[in-house]
Design a protein around this ligand. Sequence first.
Ligand SMILES: Nc1ncnc2c1ncn2[C@@H]1O[C@H](COP(=O)(O)OP(=O)(O)OP(=O)(O)O)[C@@H](O)[C@H]1O
Length: 502
Amino acid sequence: MRDDSMTHVAIIDDEREVCTFLEHFLTSKGFTVKVAYSGEQSDLLMDGPPFQLAMIDVKLPDTNGFAILKKLKEKQPNCKVIIMTGFSTVKTAIEAIKLGANDYIEKPFDDLDQLEALIDEMITHDASIVQSEANRLAGEVGFITGQNEEMNHLLTIAYKIAKKNINVLIQGETGTGKEVLAKFIHQASCRADQTFIGVNCGALSESLLESELFGHEKGAFTGATQLRKGLFELANSGTLFLDEIAEASPAIQVKLLRVLETREFMRVGSEKVFRTNARIVAASHVNLDEAVREKKFRQDLLYRLNVVKLEILPLRKRIDDISTLLSHFLEKYDAQHITFTTEAMRLLETYDWPGNIRELVNVVTRAITLSEGETTQITKDYLPCYIQNTNKKEYEEKEVKRSFSESIINHEKSRTNPYFSDLKKYLDNWNAELLFYWQSDQAVPLEVITEKIKELEDVTGKAFIKKALNSTLGNRKEAADLLKITPRQLRYLFKEKKHSPL
Ligand SMILES: Nc1ncnc2c1ncn2[C@@H]1O[C@H](COP(=O)(O)OP(=O)(O)OP(=O)(O)O)[C@@H](O)[C@H]1O
């Protein structure tokens, strides 16, 4: 007769020694244990009374951990699952987490305290606690999610894997919050009280980036007047955030690969080998699989970086999060008294947000500033003209185009987006807005003005690049020559400008 006051655990693994060890270990903790050595035997277990926890090996002779996980989640949805994996199959275990496993542990079990802590956590914590802990920390760091299920799932996965010592790759369009997510992972990890340092690999020349990353000895090159520690050294027990990793040159990619493989590096101008324990979180708005196919990015480096890949949705695909984001920003700017009219909300939910959350922040701060002293209700008139002019049909047309192909998307967007289609209109609006601020009796936060100036630089620069590309029929090399910049700079400007993936 089964005693339901006890904790019931299933172990599914074809390695008999592992099963024997776990059976002893768990029985000594007062749990009852059932063992299956194959998929067939595990089917029998799953058809029986429910388990609180199942520990499942990734590889079995007649099936794999994914298939067992799927069946278990169907038959016993409340059963927690720990996937057991060898080092070489960590990526597989991460996939299992994405599919609903609660955690994974590497075999052999070197650290029994860690094993015990993991099992205890599984038994005592229910999933809603993990979710609410993740949400609390996300609120603290400023990575807000609302109703969107995919984003909430991503947040939970980020929270779970944060505690593991593995590299993470974050992909997402510009302004979607890649850096904020990297900070969240750092804060949720055991390294939270250590350093978090970030570097934008596209913003520095090759030699500067090399010395930034690895440091240099005094006299290593002209201008190296003193020894400088690099980021791998400074972030030794913390997290190193490599932003826009796709922009790293081939030579830097080789050097990064070496550090990721061996954990060793040398300062520029020195032969001495240093070790680093920095956790790497890399980010890119470029699809790195595509960059590998186009031979712009090393496959072996990508393999090392994306032990876990997290993809943040663009804002237009998480429209259901807009109201939560708005409330967050209103609170952040101490403007909780402000509300948005239904019409204004509809416009915000219909606009396609090429600059993603960064652009939303700008729109909210602008609306707060403009409405100050006038009203507490944001109507459509307090939104920028290009958002007021958005209509549903135009949006839907863009959606269809978007799914057509990435390259066509980018081209179409630049053509149809009112932001770029008419530079003169944009400049007139910009001028009018700035004059409005200037003539306003209210003090305008300088941040709003500097953001507008950056936006002007972005939009105008992009318009001129687009003009040059039009005249060279899309030939980037020739366009770069016309603009008297290098093709690399053109690529950078082309992709990095904040408000508009061309
Ligand atoms: N989920 C979020 N909740 C609240 N604010 C967010 C969120 N995501 C991004 N932001 C805000 O949007 C702005 C851009 O975020 P961030 O710099 O992390 O984006 P990014 O994807 O790294 O951009 P880029 O690709 O241009 O470097 C910041 O002001 C950030 O605070």
